[in-house]
Design a protein around this ligand. Structure first.
Ligand code: UD1
Ligand code: MG
Length: 453
């Protein structure tokens, strides 16, 4: 089958008014990736080399987004929304290039499993002219019904055009279709709009193909595969299903999730075996974790790379560019951004490390801040191997702490410190005998005078 060419036509011209959004519906994200990009990825995973995206509402924004998300996709504008067949025909120029297989998909159906598409393509390869992806439901209201006879699909009837008897059918059209490329255009061109909605229904090609003696079959898939998103509640439901799938996949690949329902992944999260993730952890886009790491509760990670056996959190925030090498530790209430924490280095408590390198084995005391920004530009802090930064120190960048450098706690370091040097950047302590008591007495009598007045 791999030799068969395939074009996916993704319909995304709907207005999505029920999203109540200034953003086109199909650009709303699931797991951090616009839903239409999930569809694109599924198509690609099923071997669809070419993509045609049919857009309407928000065309400029969609074109821009498409360039980023699916640079290979060609966009076509459907000016008037005259139905799903009309929408597919907006991509006529792409279809007429001649493909073995045409997949028609909806841009607002992000949970489609590539396997379902592969099965549909296989049936085309076996000789079917059309394969319709169907699902069974106890509540078919609103869906087109699949009308079968002798194992063949003879028609799809939209709800509004169904007889009472047909309305009882629970095998429904999921919306996805695979069509033999060589017949696609002639079938689509015969679709009329003589129906309850006055629309050109893609679903009509089933009956037309049957009338020409072609083989038309249904392929059953789980409902999730064809779950369409129309409002934010459905968006959240799809997110939930996606997360449940991904958590299971992570666990089956050797990751421990103590409370899986509280851990959220992004579309591209990579996480190695024997990593333990405690409850309430958020993985934004771009996180890569090797094996054997511990991610403690309430941590928020995004764009971070974590090598094996690292320890992160609880309550750690790793921002883009955080790069933790083997056995590094970033503890509670620490934020790391655009910084490398070398092997075995420890950033344990209440610290901000940004635009920096922390050398191997270095120890960063509680409350250390790299002052990386002067309100205009960002500057780099380089902390050498084995350095010790005393608690509550500010390292004012650009600044270098040499290998084995030792910073007294409470320092404000504005000048670079050579290897193995000790630096104090604070006022010398003065201790005045008996002064504490004296002060307390003075304050107490002043307070008594104030109370009387
Ligand atoms: C469609 C199917 C129905 C199926 C259901 C599954 C038809 C005629 N009906 O109905 O059998 O059970 O999906 O969810 O195909 N679109 C365009 N341009 C148009 C019309 C639609 O781009 O002119 C796009 C929409 O953005 C959407 C998709 O096509 O992504 C489906 O359109 P929608 O109006 O939701 O079709 P349904 O009535 O739900
Ligand atoms: Mg719909």
């Amino acid at each position: 089958m791999s030799q068969r060419t395939c074009l996916s036509v993704i319909l995304a011209a709907g207005e999505g008014t029920r999203m109540k959004s200034a953003v086109p519906k199909v650009l709303h994200p699931i797991a951090g990736l616009p839903m239409v990009a999930h569809v694109v990825r599924a198509a690609e995973a099923a071997g669809s080399g070419d993509l045609a995206l049919v857009i309407g509402h928000g065309a400029d924004e969609m074109r821009k987004a498409t360039q980023k998300l699916a640079p290979k996709a060609e966009t076509f504008v459907q000016d008037k929304r005259l139905g799903t067949a009309h929408a597919v025909l907006a991509a006529r120029d792409a279809i007429s290039k001649g493909y073995d297989d045409i997949l028609v998909m909806f841009g607002d159906t992000p949970l489609i499993d590539p396997e379902v598409l592969t099965v549909a393509r296989r049936k085309l390869a076996e000789g079917a002219a059309i394969v319709v992806v169907g699902f069974r439901t106890s509540n078919p209201s609103g869906y087109g019904r699949l009308i079968e006879k002798g194992g063949k699909l003879i028609a799809i009837r939209e709800e509004k055009d169904c007889t009472d008897e047909e309305k009882k059918i629970t095998f429904c059209n999921g919306g996805l279709m695979a069509v033999a490329g060589k017949h696609a255009l002639q079938l689509l061109d015969q679709v009329g709009n003589d129906n309850a909605k006055g629309e050109y229904y893609l679903t009509d090609i089933v009956e037309i193909a049957g009338g020409q003696g072609f083989d038309v079959v249904a392929a059953e898939a789980g409902f999730e595969n064809v779950l369409g998103i129309n409002n934010r509640a459905e968006l959240a439901a799809a997110e939930g299903i996606w997360q449940t799938r991904r958590r299971r996949e992570a666990m089956l690949s050797g990751v421990t999730l103590i409370a899986p329902e509280t851990v959220f992944f992004s579309y591209d999260t990579q996480i190695g075996a024997d990593t333990i993730v405690e409850p309430n952890v958020w993985f934004g886009p771009g996180v890569k974790i090797a094996t054997g790491a511990k991610i403690h509760a309430f941590s928020h990670l995004e764009g971070a790379t974590i090598a094996s056996d690292c320890d992160v959190g609880p309550f750690a925030r790793l921002r883009p560019g955080a790069d933790l090498k083997q056995k590094a530790k970033v503890g509670n209430f620490c934020e790391v951004k655009q910084a490398t924490i070398e092997e075995g280095a420890k950033v344990n408590h209440l610290t901000y490390i940004g635009d920096a390198r922390v050398g191997a084995g270095a120890n960063i005391g509680a409350g250390t801040i790299t002052c990386n920004y002067d309100g205009y530009s960002k500057f780099f802090t380089d902390i050498g191997e084995g350095a010790f930064i005393g608690s509550n120190s500010s390292l004012v960048a650009p600044v270098t702490i040499g290998k084995g450098g030792y910073i007294a706690s409470g320092s404000v370091i504005t000048e670079s410190v050579p290897d193995d040097a000790l630096a104090f950047g604070r006022a010398r302590q003065r201790t005045l005998a008996g002064k504490g008591k004296e002060l307390r007495e003075r304050f107490a009598s002043a307070a008594a005078v104030r109370k009387k007045a």
